[in-house]
Design a protein around this ligand. Structure first.
Ligand SMILES: CC(C)(COP(=O)(O)OP(=O)(O)OC[C@H]1O[C@@H](n2cnc3c(N)ncnc32)[C@H](O)[C@@H]1OP(=O)(O)O)[C@@H](O)C(=O)NCCC(=O)NCCS
Length: 151
């Protein structure tokens, strides 16, 4: 498995993935994303040096996407696996690859001292992933959990 940078050619695929039923259900804002607002964000993000957006690849197949956003001293993940490839370990490995990317590119993440994920409690798969990778529960309410790993 590997991560490759998102390019403009990935627009249609990412637009399709962002409106996947489970992606919306597990997102912070659950309503469908319009093409117009997706296009606005996509073009803005692709030029933002603090947003590292990748396609998750396995044997030349496009398995999913992961966005690593640097927000001052923290990094926040947003990721999804294509519905045809879920429950095969790709989600877990994508977060491992993201951690390695951050560690290997220290110059771009100079002030960062924590890795953060916001996960709905109903999203058992994602909760398991961060627990397996030894993230700590920083906050939890009825709806979601904030997982943090200190660097
Ligand atoms: C959440 C998501 C990224 C997980 O990726 P994945 O590749 O399916 O997960 P993995 O195969 O690495 O599974 C990790 C663990 O969660 C479990 N799991 C995965 N999906 C599950 C589900 N729907 N219900 C219960 N357990 C689940 C797996 O069995 C595995 O546990 P195990 O190691 O004890 O067997 C993927 O389901 C997805 O893209 N969902 C929609 C978008 C989303 O929720 N993104 C994350 C937002 S925080």
């Amino acid at each position: 498995m590997e991560l490759r940078r998102v390019t403009l050619k990935d627009f249609d695929k990412l637009f399709q993935w962002i409106n996947d039923e489970d992606v919306r259900k597990n997102a912070r804002y659950t309503q469908k994303v319009s093409r117009h607002s997706f296009e606005f964000d996509f073009l803005k993000n692709i030029e933002n040096p603090n947003i590292h957006h990748f396609i998750i690849m396995d044997n030349n197949y496009e398995i999913g996407q992961i966005k690593i956003s640097k927000e001052k001293i923290k990094v926040v993940y947003s990721y999804s696996i294509d519905k045809n490839y879920r429950n095969k370990g790709f989600g877990l490995n994508a977060i491992k690859l993201a951690e390695n990317y951050i560690k290997d590119n220290k110059n771009q993440f100079k002030d960062v001292n924590e890795l953060v994920a916001y996960v709905r409690n109903s999203n058992i798969g994602s909760c398991k992933i961060f627990e397996k990778l030894l993230y700590n529960v920083e906050f939890k309410n009825n709806d979601y959990t904030i997982y943090i790993k200190k660097l």
